[in-house]
Ligand binder design. Sequence first.
Ligand SMILES: *[C@@H]1O[C@H](CO)[C@@H](O)[C@H](O)[C@H]1NC(C)=O
Ligand SMILES: *[C@@H]1O[C@H](CO)[C@@H](O)[C@H](O)[C@H]1NC(C)=O
Ligand SMILES: *[C@@H]1O[C@H](CO)[C@@H](O)[C@H](O)[C@H]1NC(C)=O
Length: 478
Amino acid sequence: MMLIRPQRQPSFLPIALFVTFCISSRVCLGEIEGGDADVDVLDYSRGKIRAHRFPSVASRIKLYMSNWYTPPCQDDNDGFFRYSYIDDDDNRWPKLEVTGLKDHPLVNQTTRIMNGIQSKVEPDMLFFMDEKTIMNCANYSYDEEWGEKIKDPYMKRIEFRHNMRMYCEDIQDLLLPAWYHLEFEKNLLHNNNNNEEVTTTVGPPPPPTLIQFGDNKQSHIYKDVMVPHIKKFPTNINVEIQRTALNSAHGNYRFQPIVWKLATDRHYKKLNDVYRYDTQWSHKKDMAVFRGQLTGSRDGYDKLLSDEENCHNLKRCRLVYNHGNSTLIHARLTSTRGRMPDVLNGVELVGGKVKIDTLLEYKGIIMIEGNDVASGLKWALLSQSIVLMPIPKHTSWCMEELLEPWVHYVPLDDFATNVEERMQWVVDHDEEAQRISERATLWMEDLVFHPDAAEDDRLIQEEILRRYQHHFLPADKQ
Ligand SMILES: *[C@@H]1O[C@H](CO)[C@@H](O)[C@H](O)[C@H]1NC(C)=O
Ligand SMILES: *[C@@H]1O[C@H](CO)[C@@H](O)[C@H](O)[C@H]1NC(C)=O
Ligand SMILES: *[C@@H]1O[C@H](CO)[C@@H](O)[C@H](O)[C@H]1NC(C)=O
């Protein structure tokens, strides 16, 4: 079956992508053309054309939106979310209430009434976007003393400013422009119909944009969030229940957040270093390297257990401990975060931090997830080294769940106990291994550097917001 890339519209209206697409009335948004089968028909043996080896715009929208892909239809009034702003005491920062109107087979209606949502930016907390707060948070040159001096009201609305900035930047750079563009498009359509002048509007259109930053799967206060909201990764990334696109909000699945490209700084910034420092496959050492810090209690650390038991239970620690003398594996922790001695039973657990150029000297790069997607995974895939990792349990904008073992990486068992055997395979199958590393490089190229990549992102992000918007009752019907 031939796969035809959707026709690009040079203009700002990507309408040709959509079979049914209606922006003015509250009808269902249609299926996106060619979206369904794409992921299945990817043929990895024919990797020359991007569409044959990388998911299409249409299938990525489904993947990222999961339950929220299909908004309710016009005649399904109960399917919408209702929202209202409630003025707070000082009248300055309203709070938001959001209610899902329909019962869900797995979710009690009461848990879908969410009160007191704020527009304050803090980690692991659902909030609704306030544009000025986001801009303030994203300001790289923001000087807190200066903020105090001029009594900047936005200053106190951002907690852990240092950690939140990279998220705010992504909202400022990727989400706000998409909202503006949709608004522009809407006005243009509206005004064309009425033969009126194009009016300009200020600020993103309603409904409220719900977002959560940080690594936590749940939200403080709200726990599992049952309303559409934007996040770095889905809540429940179980490899067996992969994100199934097109489960509508009323299917038998737990609600998932909408995945957005967030924390770009941490996850994508090193990509440029790879181009700068990488060396050819043939110049790399026949060994695999691991560097990473010990991750947290969510991964099994228990302060009541002995160091040895803890090390055994923690994937990264066990990998390092078991390969102290290996001639194939060079694994060290960069930090034990005070949870483990630097040397355990004579085995050195901690090695100094090393720069990316040192890691790139090895043919194999071992990735072990911590609380989240392994943050180095993106540069490791892009590099000319080969990634060895357990099947990923976390996924993000990079679509880790679509990476195929033996195609994009060499799979390890969950605790990486077979890492020596697999590295030996790499050594014994040099050419095959190099092909795998090339396929991984292509994945990252296709995602980030391909000439179509930026436009794909833009189309995806705009369509995500278009669909997001249609889950909420319009303001005049609230
Ligand atoms: C919903 O509430 C009922 C009674 O209040 C309870 O028995 C049931 O377990 C709840 N269901 C869920 C999915 O929380
Ligand atoms: C960013 O912060 C600096 C100093 O704190 C301030 O002078 C500047 O106006 C701010 N920029 C924006 C866009 O808010
Ligand atoms: C590593 O080598 C040292 C010294 O040769 C030896 O004492 C130790 O038992 C070895 N450790 C393992 C885990 O094999």
